[in-house]
Design a protein around this ligand. Structure first.
Ligand code: RNT
Ligand code: ZN
Length: 413
């Protein structure tokens, strides 16, 4: 550990030459919550029904061994993952991860008590909780429509689910003293050419108006709505499109937008969209994911887009306005390791952004020194960020890059 200290001093001085205070960066890094989704660990199986099939136009492909066979095993895996994830962490739950004690609890009847064990767990681990209604993997969603269904019985069922979930979010917020973001995503849409694209959207609007009608203290619960371009089986039309939800949140509704990195055309990036919401003082929820050719939900890498997302947030000084969450599910590799890798990469990207000479770059841009802007940006890329990351892991009491040996992912030669 001596080396970490020694190296850190060198990094500190090197960054200082660029006007960057590494201590301050580490302080912000530690405090910024990152919400890690619970569903990479078990391919979105949940606890509601061990035989349930994943539907809704999403898929965890691959058959790596080690998918948890019981709730106890799931919790063991979750503990392993959290032990390698530094910083202020939240856990994003889905409604199907409830404790039903073997009882058949309808999604339209779930209550805070079904999540009391999660609150205990969060308190014990000193983490926050976020929530997601599960509008899929259920017989009532088999038609491919939920909140925008033309069948009133179906639509009403899911409206009730949405309402129940907000109460659970409120309960999390109250119990843990940290805002819970309850993120609503539906897979509604048509596989083929759609004639009346407005009617399902009218119904979705009405459903959302009902779900969000009750005012809940935003200190406890904030709702987000997640748009999507297409899904498996909804290739031609998705009711909850980006334009639909953007207009919905801007029309005075009681919710914010969630941008998922995989829910746009392949050349479109969410990093380029963030500032346009910030200008209108909109808060944002993010699902950081990695689309490969489509919304494939690969494990988040420390890639250009993930770095660009964090740069945007830091440059706009918007860490208080943007809720950062993850969303990926890859069943082709070790699921615990996948959770750790993705979570660490999101935080590494945030650290990289915090360590940029943003002040100097902004000055150069303001003074129209565009050559200098590019030159400094490129030179800053070789600064010793890894050393600062090691220091962070040490401060947080989690393993540095040697987690891959400790967890048996890689064997030391
Ligand atoms: C699906 C959405 C959604 C889900 C989770 C499980 O395309 O991204 O966020 O991944 O709710
Ligand atoms: Zn998502």
């Amino acid at each position: 550990m001596l080396n970490v200290e020694k190296n850190y001093k060198i990094a500190q001085d090197t960054y200082a030459e660029f006007g960057v205070d590494t201590d301050q960066a580490l302080n912000i890094l530690k405090k910024t919550p990152i919400s890690i989704h619970c569903w990479q660990l078990d391919d979105l199986q949940g606890f509601e029904n061990p035989d349930a099939e994943l539907t809704g136009g999403i898929a965890a492909t691959g058959n790596a061994p080690g998918k948890p066979k019981s709730k106890a095993e799931y919790m063991e895996h979750l503990n392993q993952a959290l032990a390698c994830i530094p910083g202020n962490t939240k856990l994003a739950l889905h409604a199907i991860y409830l404790e039903n004690n073997g009882e058949d609890v309808g999604r339209n009847a779930i209550e805070p008590k079904h999540f009391a064990n999660w609150v205990d767990y969060a308190k014990e681990k000193n983490i926050g909780l976020d929530f997601n209604p599960t509008y899929f993997s259920h017989p009532m969603s088999d038609s491919g429509f939920t909140l925008s269904s033309s069948d009133e019985t179906i639509r009403r069922y899911w409206i009730e689910h949405g309402k129940c979930c907000r109460k659970i979010g409120e309960y999390f917020g109250k119990e843990l003293g940290q805002t819970c973001v309850t993120n609503h995503w539906i897979g509604d849409g048509y596989k083929d050419h759609t004639i009346d694209k407005a009617a399902p959207r009218m119904r979705l609007k009405e459903s959302l108006d009902e779900i969000f009608a009750e005012k809940i203290d935003p200190n406890y619960n904030v709702d987000s709505v997640e748009s999507k371009l297409f899904g498996l089986g909804s290739e031609s039309y998705v009711t909850g499109s980006h334009e639909f939800y953007t207009n919905y949140v801007m029309s005075g509704s009681n919710c914010i937008l969630c941008l998922d990195a995989g829910h746009f055309h392949p050349t479109e990036t969410i990093s380029s969209k963030i500032s346009s919401y910030l200008v209108f003082q909109q808060k944002l929820m993010l699902h950081i994911s990695r689309p490969v050719r489509w919304d494939s939900d690969h494990v988040v890498m420390l890639d250009d887009e993930t770095k660009a997302i964090m740069e945007e947030i830091v440059r706009q000084d918007a860490l208080g306005q943007v809720y950062i969450g993850t969303d990926f599910f890859d069943a082709s590799i070790d699921r615990v390791a996948a959770t750790i890798i993705g979570a660490r990469n999101v935080r590494k990207a945030l650290l990289l952004a915090l360590l940029q000479p943003t002040k100097l770059l902004k000055e150069l841009e303001k003074n129209d020194n565009l050559t200098g802007r590019l030159a400094l940006y490129e030179e800053s890329k070789q600064l010793p960020f890894g050393i600062v990351w090691d220091r962070f892991c040490e401060m947080e009491g989690v393993p540095g890059s040697d987690w891959i040996y400790k967890n048996g992912i890689v064997s030391r030669k």
